[in-house]
Design a binder for this molecule. Structure first.
Ligand code: CA
Length: 218
């Protein structure tokens, strides 16, 4: 899953994206309001973490801009200002949740997952599909009840597939979700990754749809 972090504080942005990557997300960073407003493919972003104090305008204004332009991705506001008035204004502008800086990463991650769960209409913290159980918080994975150890990339791929059972995902779709913008589009690497994951979860769970891509499920 890909996230967009809009944050002008470079240190904070890079610390945040490192930890979000460790948690299994692909992360893009926009450094200011205009970059955020012109972000090319918001439809591929699972959620946004938005700082309010940006050098060229307010994050709140950016949020309004997105909502007016039918960008409906869930938005978690990151703010140094924690007053209730700010929260009310943010929620009215279309934010989904708030985290006040300085923030513990664990809280941010928990809120982010809660937001993503709301998107899929699920109350469970784990996802279960086709005999695979994946917990996005602890990153534990079980296959037919047996714990699996996956590499970071294998986990990311499974995390993507398990949320789209029965759907065909092309190699391009997988690259778009797994890697940040601007990284190399290496279709071979995806093929290798898919076969590694197949060896761990069983080849029958990831079917090749000739000429189109891959489909997860039994
Ligand atoms: Ca800022």
């Amino acid at each position: 899953m890909r996230l967009l972090v809009v944050e002008d504080d470079e240190q904070l942005a890079s610390r945040l994206s490192d930890r979000l990557c460790d948690a299994g997300f692909a992360v893009d960073v926009a450094r200011n309001r205009d970059e955020g407003a012109a972000w090319p493919d918001m439809d591929k972003i699972a959620a946004v973490i938005l700082d309010l104090g940006l050098p060229d305008g307010s994050g709140m204004d950016l949020l309004r801009h997105w909502r007016q332009n039918k960008v409906d991705r869930p938005v978690l506001i990151l703010t140094a200002r924690g007053s209730w008035q700010d929260k009310v204004a943010g929620l009215n502008a279309g934010a989904d949740d708030f985290v006040v800086k300085p923030v513990r990463f664990e809280e941010l991650l928990a809120r982010l997952h809660a937001l993503l769960r709301r998107e899929t209409g699920s109350r469970e913290t784990w996802i279960e599909e086709a005999g695979i159980r994946l917990d996005p918080i602890t990153r534990e994975v079980e296959c037919d009840g047996v714990p699996l150890s996956l590499s970071k990339q294998e986990y990311r791929l499974l995390n993507l597939l398990i949320r789209r059972p029965g759907q065909v995902l092309s190699q391009g779709d997988i690259i778009d979700h797994l890697y940040a913008i601007g990284s190399q589009r290496d279709f071979n690497a995806i093929e290798v990754l898919v076969s590694r994951l197949r060896r761990k979860i069983g080849a029958e769970r990831i079917r090749t749809v000739r000429g189109l891509g891959y489909r997860f499920g039994r």
